[in-house]
Design a binder for this molecule. Sequence first.
Ligand SMILES: [Zn+2]
Length: 361
Amino acid sequence: MQKTEGIATDAPKGGSTYGDFEIVDDQGDIELQTLFTGVCGTDRGMVAGHLQFAYNPKGQSNIILGHEALGKVIDPGSSTSLRKGDLVVPVVRRPGDCVNCRIGRQDNCSDGEKHEAGITGKNGFMRRTFYDSEEFLVKVPDLSMKDYAVLTEPTKNVMKALEVFGIVSKRSVFAAGDSTYRGKKCTVIGTGPEAFLYAMSFSDLGFTTHITNRHPVDDNRLKICEYFNLGFVDYSTDMGTFDQGIDVVVDTSGDPGTIFTFYRKLNNNGIMLLFGTNGKAQPTSVSGVDIDHMIERNLTILGTVDAAKIHYIQALEKLSQWGNLPNSPLKKLITSLYDPQDETVFTRRNPSEIKAVIRWD
Ligand SMILES: [Zn+2]
């Protein structure tokens, strides 16, 4: 058993407590120091007591928060590939015993028996130190990525979504006539960190890419858009921008009304990727015309969650590529750094925030 300073909640009731906690569920002999943990809507939803699917580790009265982390190896234990000082990103989901979990694809767990660090039944990474095993650690290839490698966890979701997109898009010729995606249109709903990571990835594939929200955005966001060749559209005033149709829509809002507004803009063979969740969103109505539209145009709506270890590796490659561009604004996606003791990170959200991060070292 180990004792460490961290931030815990009582799931699914909520609240947050900073203090010393005894950890009984770490597995593995690699000792790690947490450097940064990202804060996302899931952490805030847990603290607010809104996420009924969250639960404490077995027999415990609280769970350490945090699933987006960057750690440093203090003692590599029995690892043959990690050395003291290496940077690593821990995998969030831990396998159950279903067939997908047994092949390392707990992101596609078929019976729900997997656990998620900091969310469902396994202590997370918002703490000074943790232990883990090699199987669940992904080495950061380059120490210079220290300032932004905490974005690996949100980026790995995009890498998996691109894999799913690749499979679904094969049912017809989706590429442009020159075999690339040049001229194809992608719209990403939302202007948070996942929205940017999705939009930057689709733009890299050659898509003409917009991100959109129902209000204007700050200068930092506009500058990042400009650098990565993304258009920003305030759809509350400029919905006409999308009248020529969209080939891929990615939703990070979880808002049914917005999702179906954009769904109706999809071109033939269009694909809508749903990633954002919002259990408190208002309902919307869907008509027979909408169903006709879906059938006649061969549309696909799909949900995608989490990712496998291979996608963490791909995410680190992607982040390295973006981070090494000349005058790269990648670090500007991280708009605020918090101390672990500052619990306002869970209750306050500045409109200019893209990604909030807690600094532990
Ligand atoms: Zn499973």
